[in-house]
Design a protein around this ligand. Sequence first.
Ligand code: CP
Length: 312
Amino acid sequence: AKHLLGIEHLGPDEITTLLDLADQYVSLNRQQVKHRDTLAGLTQINMFFENSTRTQASFELAGKRLGADVMNMGMQASSIKKGETLIDTAMTLNAMHPDLLVVRHPHSGAVNLLADKVNCAVLNAGDGRHEHPTQALLDALTIRRAKGRLHRLSIAICGDIAHSRVARSNILLLGKMENRIRLIGPPTLMPSQVSDFGVEVFEDMREGLADVDVVMMLRLQRERMDGGFIPSEREYYHRYGLDADKLSHAKPDAIIMHPGPMNRGVEIDGTLADDINRSVIQEQVEMGVAVRMAAMELLVKARQSKPQDVMV
Ligand code: CP
């Protein structure tokens, strides 16, 4: 592939290859010598038009650990503020000959549009409510390491599904790997086309969590709610917040996941989030660096071996 724009474009074999390489990087990242030269001489530009802690930091670390020259564009201080368009900004950067562009944007499809205009590899770091492919890949690696497999698992994705690019990419990835997916949340926070997803849908947390292997919680994404239904935090926590009682319906060894940023006491009880016997939230962050190293390495290698390849 030429870019990493969404899980939509990946097959199960490509997903497995990427996770296998990322798994090797987990071991290397834990050793003293972290620096490699796989991307030496290459330039990586990170363009984040939306706030980020985990994704931006881990893409930066991933590039540096592979020896790339990494530049973080401060989009708040860029000429976007003077009215320059996304495409003109991208073309300007393109003229400086980067090798990798990592882009987060509030509009669904903006990253695909940009990928059509530039000569380098583009990685989607989250676009609107569309996709967040590296998040789904790091979630998959976390699940595979915790459960020993990434197929025939029962996985619940809970909360604000409608506004979540994390949910969308995870539904695609976990479906391709033949898992049973349950979506749990209020009907107002379910996507309208949910029946096309090949998933089971539940309104009640206790019913939906029954015997699942993985519990994936999501944040209420108020920034994408367009003034529509916004539940009160108290009511939401009562019905959909993960607490010990609701979790007791899942399998005794079910793991708790959250992509972050997390709102304690809204979608998850803080004590459960910190429970090292159940929560893999910190592992997810660790896997993020390894998965982004693997994604960038594979894209660069694919371009070096097939420079004429125009597939996305
Ligand atoms: N999970 C995630 O994308 O977190 P950030 O918004 O902090 O990057």
